[in-house]
Design a binder for this molecule. Sequence first.
Ligand code: AMP
Ligand code: MG
Length: 329
Amino acid sequence: MQTQICSINEDSLALAKKLLLQEETVAFPTETVYGLGADARSDRAVENIYRVKGRPQDNPLIVHVHKDFDLNTLVYDEQPYAAKLREAFLPGPLTLVYPSRGTVSKIVSCGLDTLAVRVPSHPGAQEFLKYVDLPIAAPSANISKHVSPVSAQHVFYDLQGRIPLILDGGACSGGIESTVCDVTGAYPVVLRQGLISREMIEKVAGRCDVYVPKAGEQVRSPGMKYKHYAPKCKTCLFDSVQDAQKSFCTFEKEGQRVYVLCEHKYADMFPDGRVLDLGAEPEEMAARLYSLLREGEQVADVIVAVRPSQRDGIMAGVLNRLNKACAGE
Ligand code: AMP
Ligand code: MG
């Protein structure tokens, strides 16, 4: 299969709609990462997403809709605070998990009785969703477990030959996946941290917890148990910059090509040309993380990462992705 990359216009949108109605997958931009979309109503289309990505069958998908789509056709909207969250943050990088009406393919939710719904703010995503006017099931448009794509070229690198069309909306401004928040209970519970922080949700809803799975319990957000977001090369995470420097030297002595992923304030402590600079502000670090991991895997044998010191707000989401990228190393 030939994979076309097209900018978003009348012709490419018409092609996207035609492909989706043929139960094919189409990649599209959002403000977080690129998505791999399919018609959420069709079992075959949704199965195609899992096949193309090599995604585990028990990892549910988020349904994407435009801002005027009637939510009540998809889910039961029971909690008054959910409307406040939509008002405050949507369109935007917040996914809400509701009780499902069962109107989309059961494969989307992997047998759960809930459905995750997101309204992205990226103008290209809105244009696409409005044009097709379908509920679009979409995970990130990467091969399962690889770093999520934040440009059309990243999608092409992973999925070339496997999908017919990539809608190119430029680089994603947000950089990490949406916050996933369960709104089925008396107060919101964050299942996956992201650019809308727990603190921001709490301000609007009065209370917000972060879900921590208990031993032996069935996980509430199945996708979170998998290793994720990982570059193809060895990637090690250090709490202190001194330990990272020692490790840099050890790997270099072994003849390995080492790159360092760190905040801007540590950049001077490593050799020129070997630093993947995350920047200084939390928003910058979120926006750069995945492009730097993808850049790093192209040039490095080993990436040595220094854990940023800030832990709250959107840094909770950035640290969560960095931990998973370096899982166990
Ligand atoms: P991705 O599409 O890779 O960004 O991952 C979407 C994530 O959203 C999944 O890995 C789940 O953790 C979460 N998710 C999607 N649907 C549900 C749901 N119905 N209930 C709980 N979590 C969900
Ligand atoms: Mg993903």
